[in-house]
Design a protein around this ligand. Structure first.
Ligand code: CS2
Length: 495
């Protein structure tokens, strides 16, 4: 006798067997594409995809997302096999809830078919391009934002070969769109870069100049392309076998594109969308004229503190951020970093108290249901620390103030980059500038020399910070303590 076996993986046919509150808010596949998203990582799936699905469910519009993975062929295969469906599990100590998201209208692998991505960017039905490609994919030097093209980008900008880099894809797409006069569009950076809208505009302008683009195309981009700045926030660790097992348990079918995230989510977006946009405000996003103060708040009081917990935690042998938060004295140090350095370094958005915001951040980091690895947050320090810590230092020093706790974070980064935890275990230096950092570290025989050599990395450290004798002295003192006494001893003596 034939037995009907239910689908064992997430796909359209499995949806009707899911509990109603686990089903998508829109009919998957029924919403025509209007958005291209570059970078299909966990963060996008738990953030912009969720907002966009809710916006379309509330207000309609052809705003399905075509998700483009630059290189992750496995993910594209998985999502294709799952009819572009994936689930988001929202986790806290008290609660867990899993829902399938129906925002994706399609997926593409840029590495396999860059021409299709260029064609999408020139398609008049696409009016918004969002990006979560991580800081390093912009190929801008992190301190000044100057284009530093690697050989692949040089080839993208100076030959006709299919583009292999994110800036290459964007510029080829915009040139094709300009040539077709296919209508206005917004390019929306959702990466944790400083002034991310302005940085992306500057990247496109620099890349067009590098590519010797015709004047008419440059003028078209100037007139037809918006570059709204954004502040994006949700803690979404890379998925693991545990994430997939939890999704299977919640859904009753396997979801190999599942992500797990904290309950908190925030999106502040500058309203500069010349071709229109989803009604993201209906999903809780804040549309405004200037996201700058929100972005500074988040980069300094969340991401800067995250990096502090990651480097100090990894050195002390902690696997996750939540474990690091439980280290004796670390919470005191992070509170002092927030109160004495971060809060004193900039003017927050109206009505926001940086200390209260910081308390909420620390509570989020302590969420025991989120296993965010310290090594994940620690990676790419050269790309992250300028906007997270070095701008805090620069602004404090310009105001004649000390930058004591921010200097501790720099020292912890340097000690992390030296490659050994307090217990001697090896720590990986996963950073696009790893070679430059190692060369700087090799130049130093004493903590003072080491600090001077690292601060002299001018693509990372602003010149005024590198030249500041007080900062050098503070970072050197912390590095000496960390080297002699380890993280526990240093934190105990400091508080
Ligand atoms: C983290 C961020 O990995 C990191 O460097 O600091 O991904 C952080 O979790 C998000 O920005 C939170 O919004």
């Amino acid at each position: 006798m034939a037995v009907t076996v239910g689908a064992s993986r997430l796909e359209l046919g499995a949806l009707r067997r899911l509990p109603v509150d686990a089903r998508p808010l829109v009919r998957p596949g029924a919403v025509a594409a209007g958005v291209v998203h570059l970078g299909l990582g966990a963060f996008h799936r738990a953030h912009q995809a969720v907002y966009t699905e809710q916006a379309v469910a509330a207000a309609g519009g052809d705003w399905g997302i075509v998700g483009v993975a630059p290189r992750n062929a496995d993910l594209v295969r998985t999502l294709t096999a799952q009819d572009n469906l994936f689930s988001v599990s929202t986790l806290s100590a008290a609660d867990r809830h899993t829902r399938v998201i129906g925002a994706l209208a399609g997926v593409r692998l840029a590495a396999a078919d860059p021409g299709a991505v260029v064609a999408l960017l020139a398609d008049p039905t696409i009016r918004v391009v969002t990006l979560t490609v991580t800081e390093k994919a912009y190929q801008l030097d992190p301190a000044a934002g100057t284009l530093r093209p690697d050989p692949a980008l040089v080839a993208d900008l100076s030959t006709d070969r299919p583009p292999a880099t994110v800036p290459g894809l964007l510029v080829r797409g915009l040139l094709a769109r300009a040539a077709a006069d296919a209508g206005p569009i917004a390019l929306v950076s959702c990466d944790n870069l400083p002034a991310n809208g302005r940085r992306l505009r500057s990247l496109v302008e620099q890349a067009l100049a590098y590519a010797d683009a015709p004047r008419s195309a440059v003028d078209w981009v100037g007139a037809q392309v918006g570059f709204p700045g954004t502040m994006v926030d949700r803690i979404v660790p890379a998925s693991t076998a545990e994430t997939f097992a939890a999704a299977r348990q919640a859904l009753g079918v396997a979801d190999l594109a599942a992500v797990a995230a904290e309950p908190y989510t925030q999106w502040v977006i500058e309203d500069d969308f010349p071709g229109g946009r989803p009604a993201w405000e209906r999903a809780g996003a804040v549309l405004c004229a200037d996201a700058g103060p929100w972005e500074r708040l988040k980069l300094r009081a969340l991401n800067g503190v995250h990096s502090a917990a990651a480097y100090l935690g990894a050195l002390a042998g902690c696997e996750t951020i939540a474990e690091a938060l439980a280290l004796p004295h670390l919470d005191t140090v992070l509170r002092r970093l927030i109160a004495e350095d971060v809060a004193a370094s900039f003017t927050p958005p109206e009505g926001v108290d940086v200390i209260d915001y910081g308390e909420q951040v620390l509570a989020r980091f302590g969420n025991p249901a989120i296993r965010h690895r310290t090594l994940q947050v620690a990676m790419d320090g050269s790309q992250k620390l300028p906007q997270r810590i070095l701008h805090t230092v620069a602004d404090l020093r310009a105001a004649g103030r000390p930058a004591r706790w921010a200097s501790l974070v720099l020292a912890a980064w340097i000690r992390f980059a030296q490659g050994s935890a307090d217990d001697g275990r090896t720590l990986p230096l996963d950073d696009p500038l790893a070679d430059r950092i190692r060369t700087a570290l090799a130049a130093g025989t004493s903590p003072a020399d080491t600090v001077a050599a690292v601060l002299a990395l001018d693509e990372v450290v602003p010149a005024e910070v590198a030249a500041d004798a007080q900062v050098r002295a503070d970072v050197t003192a912390w590095l000496t303590d960390l080297t002699r006494h380890g993280v526990p001893g240093t934190l105990a003596a400091a508080t």
